[in-house]
Design a protein around this ligand. Structure first.
Ligand code: GLU
Length: 441
């Protein structure tokens, strides 16, 4: 049974980078007919906010990434305390009292001497009396996990064979001085208790994974399969971290990006398979293969989302946009015709408003210099209604006959006179819709 989880900390809105993690875990679970858990990593009471929990759920729901179970770490503190006791009994846990400044100094000294900045385990040498004295002076220490100094190896679903020397990593702090359980402890307990079989996350977690493998083994858990996807960069390869705020899912939603466009891009970007617009979640699941992803940083250009969004919208039947169209005040019996005319000329749903305004209010005619007489003459040849799909060709034929103009010189001034713009839907369908709407008004 495949079990995956998406484990955001509710300390902000989820962004395009998180989406990659969420989507991969979701697709793996769904493809295997397994379970996808939404795990809220909220052991930090100061930074975790309920509004972000709600926002995360809303964003995932918007995308259709539904979870089978939701778990909250703040509700599992007893389990973490139990495990901490167990690790203490096993002699895997030790208390350390260095202040952040002291640790910083140690790191600087090590770096100066050309050594890796790994915690020196000075706390292991403290006697009970020394610990009591430090505790009296500084309060409780932090609890560090004593790593076994051996190589930790695994076959990563994306990176291939990885091996990390535990001696090159500081013993991780699992519990803070104030008793707050940190992510690593909570995560190994949860992954074990919840039977997580596959963990996909960003490559910034590779070192964490090495230490977590040891810890999961120590508590008797089954080590999941790990895969680390590369981090996203901007289109030029620049770091995206500073811009992630504006690449939150809700921001993209507000800008009109369609879920299918976003999911289609993210399910393929950075893989050796081409990006293809998918019509449904099933198609996305079907076409996903984590082994096709590479380890190189993945360039993400938000502008790629808009052609995909436009393309997706073109595939939709009017029913799928009925509420957007109704919200503009388009009468029900015209909705289908309006959608047929407008859909190929929008990038996002918001663009519908502009076309509706044109049909409802008519356009300010645009007449280019030198075309005044031509347009005036053409207007006298405009057939009487009701307009049909053939009105445009009848009209332009008559104008051609009378003026001798043809091609662009014939069509463009007429389009500009009727719609006020250079681009737009096929004029053969614009004409009847214009008249139908005007007749109603
Ligand atoms: N809350 C962690 C994060 O957002 C989860 C990492 C993980 O998937 O284990 O980085």
């Amino acid at each position: 049974m495949t079990v995956t989880r998406f484990a955001p900390s509710p300390t902000g809105y989820i962004h395009i980078g998180n989406l990659r993690t969420a989507l991969f875990n979701y697709l793996i679970a769904r493809k295997a007919g397994g379970t996808f858990i939404l795990r809220i990593d909220d052991t930090d009471p100061e930074r975790s906010k309920e509004e972000y929990v709600d926002a995360i759920k809303e964003d995932l729901e918007w995308l259709g990434l539904t979870w089978d179970r939701i778990e909250r770490q703040s509700g599992r503190l007893d389990r973490y305390a139990e495990t901490a006791d167990k690790l203490r009994e096993m002699g895997k846990f030790y208390e350390a009292f260095e202040t952040p400044t002291e640790l910083d100094l140690k790191r600087k000294k090590q770096l100066n001497m050309g050594k890796p900045p790994v915690y020196d385990r000075a706390a292991l040498a403290l006697s009970d009396a020394e610990k009591d004295a430090l505790r009296a002076e500084r309060g409780s220490g932090v609890w560090r996990y004593k790593l076994d100094h051996e190589r930790i190896a695994w076959t990563d679903g994306i990176l291939g064979d990885i091996s990390i020397d535990a001696a090159s990593v500081s013993d991780p702090v699992l519990i803070r001085g104030d008793g707050q359980v940190l992510y690593t402890l909570a995560s190994i307990v949860d992954d074990t208790d919840m039977g997580v079989t596959h963990v996909v996350r960003g490559s910034d977690h590779v070192t964490n994974t090495a230490t977590q493998i040891q810890m999961i083994e120590a508590i008797g858990g089954t080590v999941p399969e790990f895969a680390h996807h590369s981090l996203l960069t901007g289109p030029q390869g620049e770091a995206l971290s500073k811009r992630l705020g504006t690449l939150s899912l809700r921001d993209l939603r507000a800008r009109g990006v369609e879920p299918m466009a976003l999911l289609s891009l993210m399910a393929r970007l950075g893989s050796s398979d081409p990006v293809e617009l998918r019509g449904s979640m099933d198609e996305l699941i079907e076409g996903f293969d984590i082994s096709r992803f590479g380890s190189a940083p993945t360039k993400f250009d938000e502008n790629d989302l808009f052609p995909l969004t436009a393309h997706h919208l073109q595939t939709l039947p009017v029913e799928a946009v009925a509420s957007d169209i109704a919200a503009l005040g388009v009468p029900d019996d015209i909705a289908g015709q309006f959608w047929a005319v407008a859909k190929d000329n929008i990038t996002t749903r918001a663009d519908l408003a502009e076309w509706w305004t044109l049909f409802r209010d008519g356009a300010e005619p645009l007449i280019e210099e030198g075309d005044e007489a031509f347009v005036a003459e053409a207007m006298t040849l405009l057939p009487d209604g009701p307009y049909t799909e053939t009105t445009w060709s009848e009209w332009t034929s008559a104008v051609k006959e009378a003026t001798g103009r043809k091609g662009k010189g014939l069509f463009m001034p007429l389009r500009l006179a009727v719609t006020g713009r250079r681009n737009g839907p096929d004029m053969a369908s614009v004409m009847p819709l214009l008249q139908r709407v005007r007749a109603k008004g």
